[in-house]
Design a protein around this ligand. Structure first.
Ligand code: 0GY
Length: 292
């Protein structure tokens, strides 16, 4: 049973007014279960509603996207079966980011690679996972680097500074989820966001300009006016290393459940020209997830 305060994804999102370029990639989304087939992990910090691969790909088509990058959600722990199943089902139209522990072996990594996995996620968000020692992450990063995979990092702005030496030492590209979760009430000039911008100057770092719904205090009625400047700043300055995604089915949203069509419409507010849209939605994710 899902948590009593769980908000399920939007049942009937609107058709976006913004027509995304052909070949667009939703570079951050999840599948949950279905629990009857892929049970949630005993270590999970939340129990979501089911959100199946069929529902994910139906939404992809409805929003006008062609491809997806499915990120292993913490409710499945280090068991990547639901992710692997969705990747295989996609027939090459989805790539994956897995979660693994230090006992992972090359046989499993090779199998995940064949299914479409292209990286692992290191999660530092305390409400989602128990903390993992750095030497475990270091061991994993050494193993996955051989596959040409990269590392996706989920961290909140206030915890970034202490991680800079560790993140800088990782042997692969590092992609930050949700702009490293800035506290948007502090504005784009904050100490934490300035540090993030500085870090992004290093070409090994990429980021996802995602989750206005999660970061906003102003909310959907303002088109997330308090988050758009952050997205705008990153897309302007690092147009070759930014990604966009829906974050469907929007785990752990408490304030509201976004209309996915409206999330797509917001892209035009921070990526107003076609050249930038092509990079953000097609060229960058294709380079990172499909060209190898
Ligand atoms: C997201 C954000 C969240 C959750 C997870 O794996 C997860 O459980 O990523 C969150 O609660 O902020 O990217 O989906």
């Amino acid at each position: 049973m899902m948590d009593p305060d769980w908000l399920p994804f939007h049942p009937n999102p609107s058709k976006p007014k913004f027509k995304v370029p052909s070949g667009s990639v939703d570079a951050h989304c999840h599948v949950f279960g279905p629990a009857a087939k892929f049970p949630f992990a005993s270590t999970r910090k939340y129990t979501p509603c089911d959100a199946s691969k069929e529902q994910l790909f139906e939404l992809r088509d409805f929003l006008g996207f062609e491809r997806s990058v499915i990120v292993q959600a913490t409710c499945h722990g280090n068991n990547n079966d639901a992710l692997e199943d969705a990747l295989i089902y996609s027939g090459g139209m989805a790539r994956g980011i897995a979660s693994v522990d230090q006992d992972i072996d090359h046989k499993t990594l090779k199998r995940l690679d064949r299914a479409g996995v292209r990286g692992v996620r290191f999660n530092f968000v305390k409400r989602l996972v128990d903390s993992t020692p750095k030497d475990v992450f270091e061991k994993i990063s050494g193993m996955i680097a051989d596959y040409g995979w990269h590392i996706v990092v989920y961290v909140e702005a206030q915890d970034l500074a202490e991680l800079v030496p560790f993140l800088s030492s990782l042997p692969t590209i590092v992609v930050f989820d949700h702009m490293a979760r800035p506290d948007v009430t502090k504005g784009i000039g904050s100490k934490e966001f300035s540090l993030f911008l500085k870090l992004m100057e290093n070409e090994k770092f990429w980021c996802k300009t995602t989750c206005p719904e999660r970061l906003s205090k102003n909310g959907p009625d303002t088109n997330y006016s308090d988050v758009v400047p952050f997205m705008d700043m990153l897309v302007k300055n690092f147009s070759n290393r930014v990604l966009w995604g829906t974050d469907w089915p929007h785990p752990n949203m408490k304030s509201h459940m976004p209309d996915d069509g409206k999330l797509v419409d917001i892209i035009e507010l921070f990526a107003p020209d076609m050249v930038t849209q092509q990079k953000l939605l097609v060229d960058n994710p294709m380079r990172l997830y499909w060209d190898r």
